[in-house]
Design a protein around this ligand. Structure first.
Ligand SMILES: C[S@@+](CC[C@H](N)C(=O)[O-])C[C@H]1O[C@@H](n2cnc3c(N)ncnc32)[C@H](O)[C@@H]1O
Length: 328
């Protein structure tokens, strides 16, 4: 584990507001896309550029896709316990053309929405059927929440209609890109704790694990189908503290979480949740011992140019540039 700290970083780099682009086809309240460039800087600062990057609670996996497409890591692991989310990632990676064809031909209306909802409860649904249903509901429901209700309401009387987030051409392009990089994407469907106990210890040593568990407070309001109680969060913190690979954990900033990760370095930042309201919350990220934490004032506001510039100052090696592998 490198112990060197970057020396001459400027206190206030000249940030532009732009952050990582939207690469994920899925919408997530509190999605971490805005941390992607910071995570790239963490990888560079720790000489982890040919590492594997692991998202244990992947959701939309915006950070993973950004790091992969930017060639910052060799391989990404996308883990999510939700069967629908898992089916979506498998479909996007392995059945790209079929999924895109379903999207191209999809009717965006109430009848189709009802049909896609029924598929969620059908235990005989095939992987592409379930993956497409999850994608469809994620793009047509409020805040992307599967049980969140239709954008614009059932009568579609609002200015925003259910097609407001369903730009087919753009979404198909995002999915085709995932298909092209399939040889460098691993998909898992394990409970986070089980992943930490069984898969994490067998990962290559040069791996960075990122955990974005269900929120401590918001999680209890059932934002997602799966949520954690206080004892689950405590168990995760115990497992994380035993990891033999570098890690980053992010959470809503609460005293209980601060207590669980006491002793680890913490960085706070603002993030906007579009679930229920457009309220911006404070989050906190914790870092494993020995990991160099780039000292930037706001980790959500770095641009790729900032990453390159700060990396040069840190004496980090250039990116991999392995490129995507066309496989379908
Ligand atoms: C906070 S979201 C992650 C958002 C993600 N970081 C992003 O940027 O899109 C939480 C995700 O964790 C998944 N999840 C919830 N409980 C889980 C568990 N016990 N194990 C693995 N995944 C879980 C949910 O299905 C959801 O997709």
């Amino acid at each position: 584990m490198p112990s060197r700290q970057p020396t001459s970083l400027p206190q206030q780099p000249a940030y532009r507001l732009g952050t990582a682009p939207f690469y994920s086809p899925l919408r997530y309240p509190g999605g971490k896309r805005k941390l992607a460039n910071f995570m790239a800087l963490v990888l560079r600062a720790n000489d982890l550029l040919d590492a594997e990057y692991v998202e244990v609670y992947a959701g939309g996996a915006g950070v993973a896709l950004s790091l992969l497409f930017g060639d910052y890591v060799r391989r990404v692991h996308i883990n999510d316990i939700d069967p629908g989310v898992h089916a979506f990632w498998v479909s996007a990676r392995d059945h790209t053309a079929e999924l895109c064809q379903l999207i191209r031909g999809a009717r965006i209306d109430r009848g189709e929405w009802e049909r896609q909802r029924e598929i969620q409860g059908n235990s005989n649904a095939g992987v592409v059927e379930l993956g497409f249903s999850t994608f469809y509901l994620n793009r047509t429901n409020r805040s992307g929440i599967i049980t969140g209700g239709l954008i614009g309401g059932r009568d579609q009387a609002s200015i925003w209609k259910m097609n407001a987030r369903f730009q087919k051409d753009d979404l198909i392009r995002r999915i085709q890109r995932i298909g092209r990089w399939r040889s460098r994407i691993a998909v898992h469907r394990l409970d986070g704790a089980e992943f930490l106990e069984t898969v994490a210890p067998r990962m290559v040593h040069r791996s960075l694990l990122y955990l974005d568990p269900p929120y401590y407070v918001k999680g209890q309001e059932m934002l997602y189908a799966n949520y954690y109680g206080p004892e689950d969060h405590a168990r995760i913190s115990r497992l994380v503290s035993k990891l033999r690979r570098p890690w980053v954990v992010s959470y809503d900033d609460t005293p209980e979480i601060r207590e669980l990760y006491r002793g680890y370095r913490a960085v706070t930042y603002g993030i906007s949740y579009s679930a229920n309201s457009r309220y911006a919350g404070r989050e906190v990220a914790f870092f494993s011992e020995g990991l160099v934490v780039p000292p930037v004032p706001d980790p959500t506001r770095l641009t790729v140019a900032d990453v390159e510039r700060l990396s040069v100052r840190m004496g980090s090696r250039p990116r991999l540039r392995l490129g995507g592998t066309l496989s379908t």
